[in-house]
Design a protein around this ligand. Structure first.
Ligand SMILES: [Zn+2]
Length: 61
């Protein structure tokens, strides 16, 4: 699984999401940025920032 923790980008936010592929993680993260952090315009560098912070999560049975 791929994991993105919003706190790595927005200090203090404990929201996180995980999905099987990066594009799904980015999609959900962008949605979260819009809904929670009021980012109505998602800049290209924000997508890059999200991608740079997605990491592998060892699957736990
Ligand atoms: Zn957040």
């Amino acid at each position: 699984m791929r994991l993105f923790e919003c706190g790595t980008l927005v200090p203090g936010c404990d929201w996180h999401t995980r999905a099987n592929d990066d594009s799904e993680v980015v999609r959900r993260a962008v949605e979260h940025m819009r809904n929670t952090h009021g980012e109505t315009i998602i800049r290209e560098n924000m997508v890059d920032n999200i991608k740079a912070r997605i990491r592998d999560e060892a699957s736990v049975a």
